[in-house]
Write a protein that binds this ligand. Structure first.
Ligand SMILES: C[S@@+](CC[C@H](N)C(=O)[O-])C[C@H]1O[C@@H](n2cnc3c(N)ncnc32)[C@H](O)[C@@H]1O
Length: 219
């Protein structure tokens, strides 16, 4: 893994500019087109305490999140006024309150039978990975998801000369390169992402493309 302290300290210091008080418009717009059955388990890698998980639960899904920081996991449940049950499955601590199962620990330590999801949603997960870890991230997603599984992935592209990640810029060609071996990759939508990203605008970027992808796991 990258230095875990980087993210743990971000949560300790409440430097969580990536967290949004709104559900991602791309999730609301595109998730229904994936036609994932109600009741299906949806994997949310690097989930933070995103409200998107609450939206997925309201859409009828069981949500399986992966998150390094116990602060994020605890905040997610506290903000929903849920008291989770805790179980240990080393190296993970799993906190659960229906319909959420949040696996606290390193995403790269997860194993396929532990997740058992029919679909996944990636916002600010791939792009949180530095370029050298992105191939491992893509390979892990392929390992964790069964054939036919669908992923809604939100990617960001900007001029890397204007800002240092995270989030890292992942152009469309790079998404195809990373996932193309194990997934069918299609672009659902690509649009300006800067207008709604005040925290990134302040860091000096002058353009930002937010692209939504559908990935379908090959057999
Ligand atoms: C940029 S944030 C995005 C959070 C969430 N997806 C959202 O949209 O708000 C990335 C999250 O990944 C977590 N993280 C980073 N590396 C991780 C790893 N190896 N395993 C699990 N979680 C990790 C961080 O603690 C952080 O909460």
């Amino acid at each position: 893994m990258e230095d875990p302290n980087f993210w743990l300290e971000r949560w300790q210091n409440n430097e969580i500019g990536f967290h949004s008080e709104d559900v991602q418009p791309a999730l609301i717009a595109h998730w229904p087109t994936l036609q994932i059955a109600k009741g299906a388990r949806v994997f949310v890698p690097l989930c933070g305490k995103t409200l998107d998980m609450a939206w997925l639960s309201a859409a009828g899904h069981v949500v399986v999140g992966s998150e390094l920081s116990p602060l994020a996991v605890d905040a997610f449940f506290a903000e929903r006024k849920l008291t989770p049950q805790t179980r240990l499955q080393p190296p993970f601590t799993i906190k659960s309150a229906e319909p959420y199962d949040l696996w606290c620990g390193d995403f790269f330590a997860l194993r396929k039978n532990e997740i058992n999801a029919a679909a996944a949603y990636d916002r600010a997960a791939l792009v949180a990975m530095p370029p050298n870890l992105q191939p491992r991230y893509a390979a892990k997603m392929a390992e964790l998801l069964p054939a036919g599984a669908k992923v809604l992935l939100i990617g960001l592209d900007y001029d890397p000369k204007e800002m240092q990640g995270p989030p890292f810029n992942v152009p469309q060609a790079r998404v195809r390169e990373l996932f193309g071996k194990d997934f069918d990759v299609s672009v659902i939508d690509a649009r300006d992402g800067l207008t709604k990203s005040e925290h990134l605008k302040k860091r000096g970027i002058t353009w930002l493309e937010e692209a939504s992808y559908l990935l379908v796991r090959h057999a």
